[in-house]
Design a protein around this ligand. Structure first.
Ligand code: BGC
Length: 420
């Protein structure tokens, strides 16, 4: 294995997302979003109605929530007190995959096995209580069509999930069947919502003036309150921003896409979200060394950027890497993360431009939740800088609110908003 310095420089350069690209992405994102809202079939953004508006903050009650959408599934018992107050009474979380033991995400899994697994986690959070009646709010973080907030039909798996026989099916109906199989007739799934919608609800329950909800984690996406020019009741729309298809892919993006579950789909997500950035790094690192490597994890990427990755990289590539090559590897990882954050900024500003038009951007709160965003300091700084770069002084008005636990809180709020 030999380090090719020329290739290293080219790889770093290929992840640049310069000022012109940044500004152009804002405009194209906005116009693609508006085309999608008008129902144009050829837009890569097709805003999905949630059938939910914003909460008042006074929603109350006791709910069970299920958060299914990333690597872990969580069930929680949430109490809403109104006045933006809430309490988390219990929580159970389990990974979808435990290598060597079970896998509820891949081709070899089954829909029944998956829904039984979800019911088992709900049973665990109830501590086996099959008597007390609860309504359940379900955060289901995949593109889905709805005709009410009570159930959702999965359009297509994302984030590399591949469970057969769920695409095209009503999800809460199947969850309900699994709950009944387990003897949990006391738990009724009454609400289903995307995780971005849950984050927006959770933030709006507690604070005023939240414009956008976003997830920046294993997946990437955003939603906002659409007011339909005053002609219809405002509704939160899930943009499925990860499917935006007008960004220039470099050769590593293309190689990653070609080996992904859904080739040609989720182009933006594959350049932005935590699920894919480690794989992009490995593609480029392998190209520089003329080898193939498995995807590094988000944590490894963090370590490499922070300059703590020398041991890890030398273990990966043999001990021959010099300090300069370790530094170049860090620059490569940083370029990948920086591009991700700059694209996220373009999405947020494109959305703000749609919401606010060309006028001055006053104080706007964007609620963001996600491990990637929380742990990757460099992504947060790059995102802030990009907002300033696009919006100049008005960039200061855009506040990024860090939300935690939004998926569960939002699901409980949705269940409370819908009622029986
Ligand atoms: C899904 C979205 C979800 C996002 C964040 C994407 O892969 O398509 O529905 O909001 O991940 O979890």
């Amino acid at each position: 294995m030999e380090w090719n310095g020329q290739k290293a420089r080219e790889a770093i350069e290929s992840f640049a997302f310069g000022p012109e690209e940044l500004v152009a992405a804002v405009e194209v994102f906005r116009s693609e979003m508006e085309k999608g809202l008008q129902g144009s079939a050829d837009s890569t953004l097709k805003p999905l109605p949630s059938y939910l508006g914003l909460p008042t903050g006074d929603e109350q009650g006791e709910f069970i929530t299920l958060d299914f959408g990333g690597t872990n599934v969580r069930a929680e018992h949430v109490r809403l007190f109104g006045g933006g107050q809430y309490e988390l009474a219990a929580r159970v979380a389990k990974p979808l995959i435990v290598p060597g033991r079970y896998n509820h995400a891949g081709h070899g899994s089954s829909a029944e096995g998956l829904f039984n697994f979800l019911a088992e986690i709900i049973d665990a959070v109830l501590g086996g209580n099959h008597q007390t009646s609860y309504r359940l709010g379900h955060t289901f973080s995949f593109p889905s069509t709805q005709d009410s907030p009570r159930d959702a039909k999965l359009i297509s798996w994302t984030k590399e999930l591949a469970v057969p026989d769920v695409e095209g099916r009503w999800v809460n109906e199947r969850l309900n069947d699994a709950l009944l199989r387990r003897g949990l007739s006391n738990v009724r799934p009454t609400a289903i919502l995307n995780d971005t919608v849950a984050v927006l609800l959770a933030a709006a329950y507690q604070w005023d003036g939240v414009a956008i909800g976003s997830i920046y984690a294993t997946g990437f996406n955003a939603c906002y309150l659409e007011n339909f020019g005053g002609k219809k009741t405002p509704m939160i729309m899930n943009l499925e921003a990860g499917n935006f298809g007008w960004l220039d892919q470099n050769k590593y993006d293309m190689a990653l896409d070609a080996t992904s579950e859904k080739e040609g789909a989720q182009t933006l997500e594959k350049m932005v979200s935590g699920r894919y950035l480690g794989a992009l790094f490995s593609q480029a690192f392998g190209d520089i060394l003329g080898e193939t490597f498995p995807a590094v994890t988000g944590e490894d990427l963090c370590r490499i950027i922070q300059g703590d990755g020398a041991t890890f990289l030398r273990r990966m590539a043999g001990n021959s890497l010099t300090d300069k090559q370790i530094e170049e590897s860090a620059a490569l990882a940083e370029a990948i993360v920086r591009r991700s954050a700059r694209i996220a900024a373009a999405v947020y500003v494109g959305m703000l431009r749609h919401i606010l038009g060309e006028g001055i951007i006053g104080v706007q709160n964007i609620a963001v939740e996600g491990s990637f965003f929380t742990h990757m300091a460099i992504a947060r700084v790059a995102l802030r800088d990009a907002l300033r770069e696009i919006l100049k002084d008005e960039g200061e008005n855009v506040q990024l609110l860090h939300v935690t636990g939004g998926a569960s809180l939002g699901a409980a709020i949705a269940a409370a908003m819908i009622g029986d």
